[in-house]
Design a protein around this ligand. Sequence first.
Ligand SMILES: [Ca+2]
Ligand SMILES: [Ca+2]
Ligand SMILES: [Ca+2]
Ligand SMILES: [Ca+2]
Length: 416
Amino acid sequence: MPDQPPVSRRKSSRARSIYALLTIGSIWATLSPQPVHAGTSLRFHGNGVNDIDRVKIAIDDPANANPGPPADVGATDFTIELWMKASAAENTAAAVACGANINWIYGNILLDRDRYNQDRKFGLSTAGGVLVFGVSGDASGDRTLCGVTDVLDAAWHHVAIERRRSDGRLWLFVDGALEGTVDGPDGDISYPDDGVPGDFCGGPCTNSDPYLVIGAEKHDAGAAFPSYSGWVDEIRISSVLRYAAAFTPPASPFSSDASSLALYHFDEGAGDVIGDVSGAPGGPSDGVRRFGGAPAGPEWSTDTPFVPTAVASAAGAAPLELLARPNPFRERTVITAWIASAAPGTTPAERTEAPRLLIVDPSGRVVARVGGAPRDGAIAFAWDARAADGARVAPGVYIARLSLESGTASRKIVVR
Ligand SMILES: [Ca+2]
Ligand SMILES: [Ca+2]
Ligand SMILES: [Ca+2]
Ligand SMILES: [Ca+2]
C-alpha cells in the first residue's frame, strides 16, 4: 500500500480547513452503524363496538389481591409516550372546552384508562384536531388539558403525556414541544387493586376493566364517545417525568431503561399478542390485539415513523439515509442522516466542509442551508421552515439534500 500521510498532516497545509476538519472529525466519530429499523405498527379503524378494533392491556388480576403489573401507572409519576398518525377525515370529534371536566371522553379516544362513572382514571383523545389529556383524581376532581398543534395531518407525531404524583400536575408534548401544562387533581390514580368494574355497561363493565385500552373507547358506549382511527407505533410507559422542557423527539425506536415500566414496539407483524419488551420487574404487561369490525382493525401495517427513504450513494460508498420527521410539518422538522452500513470505526478519508443540508424549492433554488449536530449516532438537522433571511417560506413541497463523501441523499418534505 502506498504511504498515506495522516489526514491531519495532509490537511495541515490548508490552515483554514483545520478547524472545519476537527469539527467534522468529531461529528463523524459519532457516526456508527444504525440499524434500519422499519418494523410494523398498528392501524386502527375507529370501530367503537363489540370490544374489537383495540389493544387491551390488563392492569390488575381480579383473582388475587396483588397490585397490577407495571403498566398500571398512577401511583407514582409517569410518562406515556407514543407515535401516532391520523387524519381529520377519520377523526371528526369536535373541539372540547378543557378545564375542570372530563371532556376528553368526547374526543376520538386513543388511550383509555377510564373507569365508568368512577374516579382514578385518565385518557387521551383528539378533538377538533388537537390532543386532549384528561385525569380524574382520587376523589379530588377532574382536569383536561388541551393541545394546540393540529395532529390530524396524516403525518407521524411523537406524543408524550406526563403526570406528577405529588401534586397532580399534567404535561402534554407534541413533537418535543410543550403544548400545555396544568395543575391537575391529586392522589393515586392507578387502577384500584381488585377494583370492581362499574355496573353501567348493560351489566358490569367487564370488557372495560381492568384494562388500559389503546385505539378505542373502551366501553363501546356509543357514537357520542368515538374511537380513534389511525396508526399507533411505539408506546413506552415510564415511572419518571422524562421531559421537563422542549426536546428533540427520538430518531429511532424507544429503548428500555431502569425507568421503563412497559415498552411496546408493535413489531410482531402478525397475531394477537402485543409484547411488552421492557423487562420491567413485575412484568411483562403484555397486551392483546382484539381484531375485527368493518374495516377490520387494528391491522398490522408497515407504515412506521422509522422508514428511511431516498437513498442514493456514490459508487462503492456506503448508503446515506435521510429521515424527516414530522413530515409534513408546519413549524419545525428534524432531518436525520446516517450511514446505514458503515463498519464500526469507519472514518471518512477527508472532509473539507461542514455538513450542510440544503433546502431546495421546486424551481431548484436553494432557500436555506441548515447546520447539523451529532445526535444518537447520526447527524440531526432542525429546520424551522424559514429561508436564509429569516422569513417563513411558502407552504409547499421542498427537497432536503445532503451531499457527503459517503453519498448524496434527498428527501421530499412538505411545509404546510
Ligand atoms: Ca413498530
Ligand atoms: Ca389484583
Ligand atoms: Ca393538584
Ligand atoms: Ca392497582
